[in-house]
Design a protein. Sequence first.
Length: 285
Amino acid sequence: AVVSTQSAITAGGTKSYGMLTRWTERFCVVKESFLLYYDKSEKKHYESKKMFNIHPKGVIPLANCHIEKWDDTGKPGFKITHASFKTVTQTDGPVGNLVMAARSADERDNWIKILQECSKITWNNAQLGAAQIKQLEENTNRINKEKTEYIEKLNKEAEALKHETGKKEELEKLSKKLEEERAAMENVANQFKEEKEMTAQELLDAMEAMKKLDEERTNLDTASKELEQNLKRVGEEKAKQEDLVKKEQAEKEKLAATSNELKSHLMTVEEESKKLVAEKQKTEQ
């Protein structure tokens, strides 16, 4: 991927440039919800060792970031934005954009797909996991430092004993104690390493569970919207049916009134006919 400086923090990629004039090549690795970027020379180490260096040039948290295509640079690029990104020149300025580019459009689309998946992991949990890993690393470094200092102290004491006559037995005891302390320190270091791996796995499992919960929540929202639409359609159909019933009732009442008028008129005609018949018969007589 390629990174540029566009009024924003820049990191990572296979080429980056300042103010859209020069690109610097970077090698990038996606680890859980983080984008790690290195010098381009790190790619050979990664391909040969099949392991990534835990000391990158920079780390970009992807949680809740927005990733979209960005071809304004004239390259197959994409842009990463987040409310916490600030510009290089301003600490209280507008939101920054991390602009990156790939060697091809297909490679760019694949990067966007991967980064969008990683961005679903929540920001707080990603920070918590990073803090836990950082704490484990700090504990390991502290123990290694104490181990080194203790070994140096014992080595100095052993060196002093070498210059003293008649102290061979004490020197051997000190050497044995040094070996025991070294073994104990290695055991503690191994325990911290195992705890670090377990914590990283637990964090990965938690992130996976959160991803599933997010998918389930999305499905539930979709089902709720469909149900609301169905209820709205049923209400509209019910209103139409009620209007039809009212219209039919009005037609029936109108028809009944017309029928009554016709009956009344018919009775009047019959009475008039009877009178005419009676007058005719009287006239004939």
